[in-house]
Design a binder for this molecule. Structure first.
Ligand SMILES: *Cc1c(COP(=O)(O)O)cnc(C)c1O
Length: 350
């Protein structure tokens, strides 16, 4: 494994990159919860990536995305998400330390109150991003994002006519370049686990756009790891989503000059913990959030990590994950949602 890790690191070093976060992020064991559940449960702390206290997994992607934007001579960065998008907020924040101008097209799944901005919308405004709100018209999020993309085209044309170069980042940073960020993340984790002399049986994580998973799956191929990756969906997806994620993984491997392949069948998607939809909490996700907060003092978020963690808990309790297994939950951040609109948060205080 050590040889493969070194090789992967040397490939990653060749890619344009800006330093945004504090890597490697910590890994630690949850002692109390491990005992309670009869497994060895570890946490990877991508909620602590920086730049500030509101970090998250998108910083990994943005190191390569903004590196690419700068190497192309871009001045403006355009991206997409929901009004409470962690990705959009982290992009806007990261742009500021690279002297890039952030433009956001945000889908109002939950309508923000302009006079009482909350969570990530508030942070977007503090860092001075240009915010364009797009009405989702009750459509599933992936349909709404297509609509945002259409609306952005006019603004991009306008800027290009003025001679400005724009760099467009898809929702979630799920482009081949962004995916390299999570290949790097997987290699970083394997290096850490190697040094701790622990071989993980499972990695659990929340999957939205699919960029994180694409990177993890590609990283797993690259270093020839045997760890199972369990991906819990937090939003509705079109049927062809596994194929989309596999080709994202393969495009990213291609950029690194690697000819290994990820197949759609390699991916373990589970949609059973999504509930009614994106940004709608479930009883199980609310329970999972409170359990972590009240046994370990760790905060996860209602939209992504709590749903994924509720799935992982269910797997452990039902024995789908055998007793004694070594499991790592990838904390991908998002805790600003705890300060978002009430309907996103759920009943977390009782
Ligand atoms: C974006 C996000 C994810 C999912 O990552 P994708 O690469 O979009 O699949 C998970 N957790 C949090 C907190 C996120 O913001």
């Amino acid at each position: 494994m050590e040889v493969q890790i070194k090789h992967a690191q040397s490939l990653l070093e060749k890619m344009p990159r800006v330093k945004l976060g504090f890597f490697p992020t910590p890994v630690h064991k949850l002692e109390k919860l491990s005992k309670k559940l009869g497994v060895e449960l570890y946490l990877k702390r991508d909620d602590l990536t920086g730049i500030n206290v509101y970090g998250g997994n998108k910083m990994r992607k943005l190191e390569f995305l903004l590196g690419d934007a700068i190497s192309q001579g871009a001045k403006y960065v355009i991206t997409f998400g929901a009004t409470q998008s962690n990705h959009a907020m982290q992009t806007a924040t990261a742009c500021r330390i690279c002297d890039l101008k952030p433009i956001l097209f945000l889908l109002s799944i939950v309508t923000p109150d302009e006079n009482d901005l909350r969570g990530n919308m508030l942070l977007d405004k503090i860092v001075g991003a240009e915010v364009n709100i797009v009405s989702s018209e009750g459509k599933p999020i992936f349909e709404g994002l297509k609509l945002s993309r259409l609306q952005s085209e006019k603004r991009i044309r306008e800027l290009e006519e003025q001679g400005h170069k724009c760099y467009v980042i898809p929702a979630g940073g799920a482009s081949p370049v962004g995916t390299i960020g999570f290949i790097s993340g997987f290699v970083e984790l394997m290096d850490q686990m190697n040094k701790m002399d622990i071989q993980l049986d499972y990695i659990g994580h929340a999957s939205g756009s699919g960029g994180t998973l694409a990177g993890l799956a590609a990283g797993k191929k690259l270093v020839e790891s045997k760890t199972n990756i369990l991906s819990f969906r937090v939003s509705e997806k079109p049927k062809e989503h596994p194929e989309t994620v596999a080709s994202l993984a393969n495009d990213a491997l291609n950029l690194l000059g690697v000819d290994k392949m990820v197949n759609p069948d390699d991916l373990n998607f589970d949609s059973n913990y999504l509930g009614e939809g994106y940004e709608i909490p479930t009883d199980a996700s609310t329970e999972a959030l409170k359990l972590l907060a009240r046994t370990e003092g760790i905060l996860i978020d209602p939209v992504y990590t709590a749903k994924a963690f509720s799935g992982l808990l269910d797997y452990i309790r039902k024995g789908i994950i055998p007793e004694g297994s070594k499991i790592l939950f990838w904390h991908t951040g998002g805790t600003t949602a705890l300060f978002a609109e009430k309907q996103i948060i759920g009943d977390i205080c009782s």
